[in-house]
Design a protein around this ligand. Structure first.
Ligand SMILES: [Zn+2]
Ligand SMILES: [Zn+2]
Ligand SMILES: [Zn+2]
Ligand SMILES: [Zn+2]
Ligand SMILES: [Zn+2]
Length: 208
């Protein structure tokens, strides 16, 4: 375990003990008085990346568009780097200042330095597991529209792909965990997209 000298033992807002929790985007310390107190101390390892606009550190954050690197100078600086976005700006290696490039291999997705071989800087990008758009390869997100819950492409309005299981629409969607096709199934709690690789793969997405 890292021993961050800044790591608080009690909540700086209300004095209650803090508890280690694991969220969607990594470990953090949360106040035991949650939800009355929403203090959070991020335990994710430092990215060592600096904001190209203001030089402050970039940190992983989660939003409704997925996981992104945001400037810790926010709200004064609104720079963000969303690995899934097509028109993202360049970010640079903290060691040699060359451009970083997003690369995916069997070990995962990484931001790797494009500089000379002697720089081996890389940062793991823990991408959220999302179902890919069959038309553009972007991520599909659950949305609610006029006709109920549907899966819409993150690249909207450039990509108009949408899938509404309720309306009997068909689409070839692939499981983000194992690559098998997904099928619309009916369960106790309503409709869901389940992996046809079940029971080996338990991926499912509720469509309610
Ligand atoms: Zn608190
Ligand atoms: Zn900044
Ligand atoms: Zn480098
Ligand atoms: Zn799309
Ligand atoms: Zn699967």
């Amino acid at each position: 375990m890292s021993t961050d000298p800044n790591r608080p033992t009690n909540c700086p807002n209300c004095g209650s003990p803090l508890q280690e929790r694991e969220g969607k985007y990594g470990k953090f310390l949360g106040c035991t008085k949650f939800p009355e107190c929403r203090y959070i101390f991020d335990l994710s390892p430092p990215t060592n990346l600096n904001c190209p606009d203001c030089g402050k550190e970039l940190k992983w954050k989660g939003g409704k568009m997925g996981r992104f690197l945001g400037c810790t100078g926010y709200p004064d600086c609104t720079f963000l780097y969303n690995p899934e976005s097509k028109d993202k700006r360049d970010i640079f290696c903290p060691e040699c200042e060359e451009k970083l490039e997003l690369k995916t291999d069997e070990k995962g997705t990484f931001l790797r330095c494009t500089g000379e071989e002697d720089c081996s800087f890389e940062l793991e990008v823990k991408m959220e597991k999302t179902i890919k758009c069959p038309e553009c390869g972007g991520s599909l997100r659950k949305r609610t529209g006029k006709f109920g819950v549907f899966l819409g492409c993150q690249s909207y309005p450039e990509c108009h792909f949408g899938f509404n299981a309720d309306r009997g629409e068909q689409a070839t969607l692939v499981c983000p965990e194992c690559g098998y096709p997904l099928a619309v199934k009916e369960g106790k709690y309503g409709q869901f997209l389940g992996c046809t690789g079940y029971p080996d793969c338990k991926f499912l997405l509720n469509l309610k």
